[in-house]
Design a protein. Structure first.
Length: 467
């Protein structure tokens, strides 16, 4: 019997002749677009615009579901409660967009939260759901008035061009922060972590540092400029409330297809990827033979296998790819892929619970590493090393690890990067690794017109001057 309360989208599909990234940024600049998530995955640009209904989880673990009903559940059961809430969505063929802050992981590991009155997870069913391929655009919307506006944007798309970047002087990281103080603090906490690892408190921890920019980022033009120079596993751009961000994710936390086949993609071990091919090859060989990097990577893959065995039949868990080189913008990583098939009584949210946060953004064992991060890093990470995700009614689930990103709240613009610390780590090398990772975003930023410094960042210069 048909559900009389079930809502349906108005759907329209047509061809376009625009670069998908330019079409996506133009659509999200339209007057009707208040909140949005743009998510590039599997040769598709997905856009969720405005919130038809939403689910949130706050700092104390209270859930407000898609119907607006608040409930408190045991922290260990939050992901299961989210899965149950999605079953009650009254929209045919729904699709969710969402963001998950790093500190959401404290619930699963029974760790105290640092602050109150902050939403750690937000999922929404969009009013307008758009898919853009290389040649077609499909619009599903509850607001039919937006359809002709999107059609006009697509028709005019040949006129859209990314804003040209101007020729400016270089900006080093000394221009961004009080560099020596930041460098000393970061290297000190790296050494403290190495000491704790040698004392067998944990095996690995990822410690990060923020870099505050002196001017406001132009999010959309920075996203376009940065995407030209990056080869991400996923890319994203969002605006939710007063918060904006974009990034080029080097790996996925979790991928699940509609048949319950899942995979995760640990990346651990990093070197720069310079334009000079000879130097790039030298660094690649160095990465493949560095005992510290190999040990760090192997430990991450081992934990990924153990985590998948918690939600998959053990005989289905396999290492599909092991320790190949993955090129991501200005850096290269050791990369592996671990796969499995969900058991019948487990959902994608059960898998997300055990895999989040990514091993390569937290550490080993996870609980002890997350606790160390809370002790050593003075501020909550927020979206950094969290996740942006898309999921749907048929069980599809795709969650990207948020690294190589820029964040903007009102006039404050921030970059953040981290490095994996093990017993063989040295503070100087880990500092250099954070420089290399920031370069993926830092070197291609475009600033807003107002109060824009006549500078373009160059992290290569930064690392050379700080060494």
């Amino acid at each position: 019997m048909a559900n009389k309360n079930m809502q349906t989208y108005k759907t329209l599909s047509f061809e376009h002749q625009c670069q998908p990234i330019l079409l996506a940024t133009e659509i999200t600049s339209a007057d009707f677009c208040a909140d949005y998530i743009v998510y590039e995955h599997n040769q598709e640009w997905a856009i969720g615009i405005n919130k038809h209904s939403q689910l949130t989880v706050n700092q104390v673990g209270d859930i407000v579901d898609f119907a607006g009903v608040r409930q408190s559940v045991n922290h260990n059961n939050i992901c299961q409660a989210i899965h149950q809430a999605t079953k009650k969505i009254q929209i045919k063929d729904w699709r969710l967009f969402g963001r998950v802050d790093f500190e959401f992981c404290h619930f699963a590991h029974n760790l105290k939260q640092k602050e109150t009155e902050r939403s750690l997870l937000e999922l929404f069913v969009p009013e307008t759901d758009i898919r853009i391929s290389k040649t077609h655009i499909t619009i599903r919307t509850m607001d039919e008035a937006v359809i002709p506006q999107i059609q006009r944007i697509a028709a005019d798309c040949n006129n859209y061009k990314a804003q040209p970047t101007k020729s400016h002087k270089s900006m080093t990281q000394k221009d961004i922060v009080q560099c020596e103080e930041v460098k000393k603090y970061y290297q000190d906490v790296v050494q403290h972590a190495v000491n704790e690892i040698k004392a067998d408190k944990y095996k690995k921890v990822i410690l990060s540092r923020p870099a505050i920019l002196p001017s406001s980022i132009d999010i959309k033009n920075s996203f376009i400029a940065g995407r030209k120079h990056n080869t991400p596993a996923r890319s994203f751009m969002l605006q939710m409330g007063g918060f904006e961000a974009f990034g080029f994710s080097p790996e996925t936390v979790l991928e699940v297809d509609t048949y319950g086949n899942l995979s995760t993609q640990p990346l651990a071990g990093t070197r720069a990827l310079p334009s000079d091919l000879t130097e790039a090859k030298r660094l690649k060989n160095e990465l493949l033979t560095d005992p510290k990097e190999i040990a760090e990577h192997a430990a991450s893959v081992k934990l990924a296998v153990e985590e998948l065995e918690q939600v998959c039949a053990s005989e289905t868990v396999n290492i599909a790819e092991f320790m190949h080189i993955s090129e991501r913008g200005s850096v290269q990583h050791l990369a592996s892929r671990v796969t499995g098939t969900l058991t019948e009584n487990k959902s994608a949210w059960d898998a997300f619970k055990v895999l989040f946060p990514a091993i390569t953004a937290s550490g080993i064992p996870k609980r002890e590493a997350i606790d160390a991060i809370a002790r050593f890093e003075p501020l909550p990470r927020g979206l950094y090393s969290g996740s942006i995700l898309v999921s749907d009614q048929n069980g599809y689930f795709d969650a990207a690890l948020i690294l190589r990103a820029a964040y903007k709240h009102k006039s404050l613009s921030i970059l953040q990067a981290g490095a994996g610390i093990i017993s063989l780590s040295t503070p100087q090398r880990e500092w250099e690794e954070t420089c290399e990772k920031m370069a993926c975003v830092l070197n291609h930023l475009v600033f807003s017109q107002e109060n824009t410094p006549q500078l373009v960042p160059s992290s290569e210069t930064a690392c050379e001057e700080e060494s």
